[in-house]
Ligand binder design. Structure first.
Ligand code: ZN
Length: 138
């Protein structure tokens, strides 16, 4: 079923095969044998989120661990100072956040965002989720 050419039919297996069964966030292998809600189970992540106007198409999705996908929490890494400035401009317009926004430096925002989205951090967070899942089953 297509809608405005922005929706495609695809399967997790198809995307997994395309992506070599490597998680797009932590860069570790994803095994098909794990089932949701195991944090290691395969999951499809929208690179540009649907909420941010991303399309539900093969070109905008990647394979991830379910836990890594959940950890990403719909945020997208800032790649450039211009992106950080744009985000800061939005915060400056919110009275309650104005002082906070004025204290931000775009370069620091980019650096922190890149650190937040680093494979190492996702890997560490996934390990903690798996530990909890195996202990508590959730
Ligand atoms: Zn992962």
């Amino acid at each position: 079923m297509r809608s405005n050419g922005s929706v495609e039919r695809y399967t997790a297996v198809e995307i997994g095969d395309r992506d070599g069964w490597i998680c797009g966030l932590c860069q570790d292998p994803v095994e098909q044998a794990y089932q949701h809600p195991d944090p290691r189970s395969p999951s499809i992540d929208h690179v540009r989120t649907i909420a941010a106007g991303g399309a539900d198409t093969r070109g905008n999705v990647r394979l991830t661990h379910w836990g890594c996908n959940h950890e990403r929490n719909a945020s997208t890494p800032l790649e450039a100072v211009e992106e950080a400035e744009a985000q800061r401009a939005v915060l400056l317009r919110i009275p309650a956040l104005q002082a906070f926004a004025e204290s931000l430096k775009a370069e620091d925002m980019v650096r922190r965002s890149q650190a937040f989205h680093s494979p190492e951090r996702y890997r560490a967070k996934l390990a903690r989720r798996v530990e909890r899942y195996e202990r508590e089953g959730r």
